[in-house]
Design a protein around this ligand. Structure first.
Ligand code: AMP
Ligand code: ZN
Length: 469
């Protein structure tokens, strides 16, 4: 498998540190609002990379943080008159719901910045001891950027060019820096902000230090893959490298993967520009599988422009796969012959060629666009070669191949089975009986089971009402 490594600017053969295992860290969202579909892009594409590596037999330890202390979270908390943690917890829960609806699997670990302060203090102390950081008069701790000789190696920037550019960015309080390029590791609290005690001042961490610390804690000093959107290359990932490599004295991450922007009218979708759709907005109009399919129909490094037309074509593309799967299931139900019939073995060999094409595409820097084309070819093949005379063995082989490849992309291609009204009524009756018997755990379990099947219950004065979500 080849991966394009931002660090070297080349596609490289992927060789993990430990054979058969992958340690991967993906920078997660800052949780102060519902996520927009730009934020959803790294979630979907790196979830797909993870699924593909697992399909190839790797055991993937996948860590993705939630940044739960940040200026924007604090601002929102002040607006609502609540603690910052109320805001961050709320949006972490909402984000997890969106992830589930997009079939993005939960990470092995989702660390929270506010729960890792101890580790941050420790790394900052090490950096000060090693001369890579210093404490200013007001207790702010800065990273001494020039002390890390390789600074700029990820973003391919030259320190002197950066220096010229950053002078104009001087803001108040920054004059206590030794060098304009130095960045904050720890800063003093302001009135009304969450803070922690430290050797230097009561305050809170800068943004970059959290990822260095969480990556080391959950994956080790050296990891295989570090990923995120391309806007994170500089300064976030450059600063993470400077902190981690200065503190640990060894390579931080071997491969750096960055997704391109999701654009709207060819401009980056972002909260600050106000040109965004939340994942929830999209969910009102489409099944989020369509959004996932739309994202995967482009290569993850290419810019992708969001448009209603492209969403429509994603919807019909996905429908083609689902219809083919339904058709195979239908034929399987009526198949008369169990074992492969004459000629079917050769046909299955031909079908296997599409799996090979699919894998070649994914091996080539997770090229989901070409992998989707291979999947479509398999669909076309299944639609033309499977019929009422096909054997059950042939049909199930095709079906399982389609499902397996779709699953690598995280696409659900089996139609959700609609529950019959009578079955719903029976479950509601069982729930009422459980409540009467004061078995509330059982009553709740039935309610959740119904919810999973898309049935929402409402307890009203006239009794229980239900609707399909
Ligand atoms: P943030 O909450 O802004 O830190 O972003 C969380 C993740 O979403 C990061 O990996 C960003 O690079 C990524 N991201 C934000 N906006 C976009 C966009 N328009 N297109 C692609 N990725 C984005
Ligand atoms: Zn990060």
């Amino acid at each position: 498998m080849k991966i394009y490594n931002t660090l070297t600017g080349r596609k490289e053969e992927f060789v993990p540190i430990e054979p058969g295992k992958v340690r991967m860290y993906v920078c997660g969202p800052t949780v102060y609002n519902l996520i927009h579909i730009g934020n959803a892009r790294p979630m979907i594409v790196f979830d797909t990379a993870r699924r593909y590596m697992e399909y190839k037999g790797y055991e993937v330890n996948y860590v993705s943080n939630f940044t739960d202390v940040d200026d924007k979270i604090i601002k929102k908390a002040i607006e609502e008159g609540v603690e910052a943690s109320v805001i961050s917890r709320r949006y972490i829960e909402e984000c997890k719901k969106d992830m589930a609806a997009m079939n993005v699997r939960p990470a092995t670990t989702h660390p929270l910045a506010t729960e890792e302060i101890c580790g941050m203090l420790e790394m900052i102390r090490t950096l000060i001891d090693k001369g890579h950081a210093y404490v200013a008069a007001d207790g702010t701790v800065y990273f001494r950027t020039r002390s890390f000789r390789e600074y700029g190696k990820l973003s391919h920037k030259n320190l002197d060019d950066l220096r010229g550019g950053s002078r104009s960015l001087l803001v108040s309080g920054e004059d206590q820096k030794e060098d304009p390029l130095d960045f904050v590791l720890w800063k003093p609290k302001k009135e009304g902000e969450p803070y922690w005690d430290s050797d230097w001042c009561e305050g809170r961490p800068g943004w970059h230090i959290e990822c260095s610390v969480m990556s080391r804690k959950y994956l080790g000093e050296e990891i295989d893959i570090h990923a995120g959107g391309e806007d994170l290359i500089f300064p976030h990932h450059e600063n993470e490298i400077a902190q981690s490599e200065s503190a640990n004295g060894r390579t931080f991450a071997r491969y750096w993967m960055h997704n391109g922007f999701l654009n709207i009218d060819h401009k980056k979708m972002s909260k600050s520009l106000g040109n965004f759709f939340t994942v929830r907005d999209i969910a009102e109009k489409y099944d989020l599988q369509v959004l996932r399919f739309f994202m995967l129909s482009a290569h993850y490094r290419s810019p992708l422009n969001f448009s209603a037309d492209l969403m429509e074509s994603a919807a019909s593309g996905l429908e083609r796969i689902v219809t083919s799967v339904e058709n195979l299931k239908f034929l399987l139900g009526g198949a008369k012959e169990e074992n492969l019939r004459a000629g079917e073995e050769e046909l299955l060999k031909e079908a296997d060629g599409f799996r090979v094409e699919f894998e070649e595409a994914m091996d080539d820097d997770i090229n989901t666009a070409d992998a989707v084309s291979a999947l479509f070819e398999l669909v076309k093949f299944a639609n033309t070669k499977a019929d009422a005379g096909s054997s059950a063995a042939f049909l199930s082989a095709l079906l399982s191949q389609l499902r397996t490849l779709a699953d690598v992309l995280g696409l659900i291609v089996d139609k959700k089975e609609e529950m019959l009204d009578a079955d719903i009524e029976a479950m509601i009756a069982a729930r009422q009986a459980a409540r009467k018997a004061k078995d509330f755990a059982k009553a709740d379990a039935i309610r959740s089971e119904l919810l999973e099947k898309g049935i929402v219950l409402e307890d009203t004065r006239e009794g229980v009402k239900w609707k399909r979500a």
